[in-house]
Design a protein around this ligand. Sequence first.
Ligand code: NDP
Length: 310
Amino acid sequence: MTANILFAARPDSWAEYEKPLRTALEKTGVSYSLSTEFPPEEVDYIIYAPNSEVQDFTPFTRAKAVLNLWAGVEHVAPNPTLDIPLARMVGGGLTEGMVEWVTGHTLRHHLGMDAHIVNPSNHWKPSPPPLAYERSVTILGLGELGRACATALAGLGFAVSGWSRSPKMIEGVTCHHGDSGLKDAIQDAEIIILLLPNTPATENTLNAETLALTAPGAFVINPGRGTLIDDDALLAALESGQIAHATLDVFRKEPLPADHPYWSHPKVTVTPHIASDTRPGPASEVIAENVRRGEEGAPFLHLVDRSAGY
Ligand code: NDP
């Protein structure tokens, strides 16, 4: 039986995905047909991403799984018409990219690089930064990406803490969990990195109350989701100096509207949701492996717990 695989991600990404997907699928030995068009009732797997035209899954009566190309699933997990397994992207180049982006922006703030890159007065002002072990970094979210970033930063010597829903043990990282663990994780943190998913439970995790717990003059780095931050509270904390700088990759509305105060704020760095992108080569291997599993009746990898929303 041939597995019909519908590429329902953005049409403009078909050109970059078609070849790597075929290469990865060939290796599985599965008999397949891959296309951007099938009658819905003949589709076995749906490769999916935000902005996909498919919003109603009910016509896909024989589909076995939706395979999301993104790590975040807030655009599909709550869809009430979806009643088949939903797998998200884990790997696919995302972890490496996020570790690089997070490490780079953490080091920028830790080393105070801006003072030397932007030095309008040409002042010779030696002020050596602290060493990494003197700098406390807290990562909110210790999943695939948060754990990898925590491990990388701990490897550089930073004093890393983290927070997740369930208990974790990560070498070199002080782990907190559950609602009661958030305060301990943020208390006196000098750099806060957000790698939580967008769910109702994580909305406004950084708010006036939690921002007040950080060390004065702390840095916020958000490659997670815009909803994790109460924007008004962050702007107030930047104004008061409680937060020295925020580096933001994700926003409640994307693209970030031209008149948003973040664009021109001297203490905010905006990057356009590029912290980490799914790479077609390795991502195709992940998709193909799940198709293989589906065809063999084996459990899918990276399934989303839709009741938790991630
Ligand atoms: P995971 O699902 O692997 O990890 C999520 C982490 O958040 C887990 O540790 C989880 O806890 C924790 N968490 C979830 N809800 C809560 C809660 N209510 N309280 C405390 N902790 C909670 O996701 P990934 O690491 O793969 O990705 C994280 C997010 O990064 C994505 O959801 C996406 O929004 C964002 N992202 C951004 C990209 C970018 O380019 N800017 C690229 C890729 C991802 P537990 O471990 O106990 O389940």
